[in-house]
Design a protein around this ligand. Structure first.
Ligand SMILES: [Mn+2]
Length: 412
């Protein structure tokens, strides 16, 4: 069986970094797939060392030593976790984040669930002394960024037959190579739980490797040892009404609560929950996440209605709507719903001062990334998967972009 390209290489590089006490920055996307990826890798590194504190003295569970320039412990060896704040920084590896991270240089920057289209930013990282490893599952656009190692099953010459992993699935495979026989049964199960939830959250096909993760992961989830997940099964709202939700519905609730959590100090709430060691704290966090999820559902419904009003007498082949009032964290869900209902390529964006950031969903026979590639010149960034993708565009190019898309979809 051919291997996932560069998986071993990435594993060996990380092992070397641990051995040499290099600083490691784990840089993840803020959704559940990104968060699960970060947690799996961080815990794998911890387990490799047995006692990570001995190697990385300042590292504390569920806490990053970032931002504090006070340097309680010096020298600053260790694993740092950083989640990108889409709302305030932008997607992927971005300049704001790099400006923030450069004080950690030299370091190994491991980008999870993002990075494959960050050509310019990876170059900047390199200049700053941040050696980049990308582990991503998004589509490759023409060429690859100048990273030191890239794992992405969608790159050329990757001969592994299955391509549709979530990022957390890839990271799980990576940690198997890193840990080998140090991967205990219980650790394996706990990683599988996270890989399963991430695969569901990213709506990857439930076939091949993904199917295995989901089956094994959900089986293990029933008896999970992870406090942050355990509390979901003990919370009243998930166990009522009358006998509680069905297993599947519960899992879906967990996934949607964790998929759009907020960021504080560059850590997602989902990360804080999944690494939480205190049951009381975990309970509070879960209640907060579930409440917010409910509130979001009605916000999403509201925005979908606004979009539908705007497109009432619109005969364009493309739905292309944006607003300054639409929160970035919701536009993906809005685009999904609108696209499902109207069966048209759907571009929903949050308008900002100078540029806009958007989410794209297209019907199953179309390709959102290809569509945007045909308008590449008008865009600042774009990327994703065929059915679901994202972009940033200067406001002055919004109309041109729309016209370009209408033209593209007329021809396919
Ligand atoms: Mn992902």
């Amino acid at each position: 069986m051919p291997e996932i390209k560069n998986l071993k290489k990435a594993a060996n590089r990380i092992l070397k970094a641990i051995k040499n006490k290099e600083k490691i920055i784990i840089y993840g996307d803020a959704d559940l797939d990104g968060t699960a990826s970060v947690v799996i890798l961080e815990e794998a590194i911890e387990n490799l060392e047995g006692n990570i504190a001995a190697v990385y003295p300042h590292t504390k569970r569920g806490h990053s030593a970032f931002g504090t320039k006070t340097d309680e412990v010096s020298p600053r060896y260790g694993v740092e976790v950083y989640f990108v704040d889409r709302e305030n920084e932008g997607y992927g590896i971005n300049k704001n984040a790099l400006a923030f991270l450069k004080h950690l240089s030299p370091a190994l920057l491991i980008a999870l669930d993002l990075g494959i289209t960050n050509f310019e930013e990876v170059k900047i990282a390199k200049k700053l002394g941040l050696e980049t490893i990308i582990i991503d599952h998004h589509q490759v656009i023409d060429s690859l960024p100048d990273a030191s190692i890239i794992v992405d099953p969608k790159q050329k010459d990757d001969n592994y037959p299955f391509k549709e992993f979530a990022a957390a699935g890839l990271v799980y495979e990576l940690t198997k190579v890193m840990l080998k026989d140090k991967m205990s049964n219980s650790l394996d199960n706990s990683f599988l739980e996270l890989a399963a939830l991430a695969t569901i959250a990213d709506m990857m096909v439930r076939e091949e490797d993904n199917k295995t993760y989901i089956e094994k992961g959900l089986q293990s989830l029933k008896d999970t040892q992870r406090i942050g997940l355990k509390v979901f099964f003990e919370i009243n709202s998930l166990n009522s009404p009358a006998g509680g939700l069905k297993e599947k519905e519960k899992v879906q609730k967990i996934v949607s609560a964790l998929n759009v959590s907020e960021i504080k100090d560059h850590l997602t709430e989902a990360y804080l929950l999944l690494t939480c060691q205190n049951k009381g704290k975990a309970k509070n966090l879960v209640e907060k996440l579930l409440d917010r999820n409910e509130a979001r559902r009605s916000q999403i419904k509201d925005i979908v209605e606004q979009v539908e009003e705007r497109i009432l007498d619109n005969s364009d082949s493309v739905i292309f709507e944006g607003d300054i009032g639409w929160p970035n964290v919701l536009i993906g869900s809005v685009a999904s719903r609108v696209c499902n209902k109207h069966k048209k390529p759907t571009f929903i964006f949050k308008k900002r001062k100078e540029n806009s950031m958007g989410a794209v969903r297209v019907p199953s026979n179309m390709d959102a990334v290809k569509a945007m590639k045909s308008c590449q010149k008008l865009l600042m960034t774009f990327g994703g998967h065929a059915p679901a993708a994202g972009f940033t565009v200067k406001n002055e190019n919004l109309e041109k972009f729309k016209k370009c898309l209408i033209k593209y979809f007329k021809n396919v």
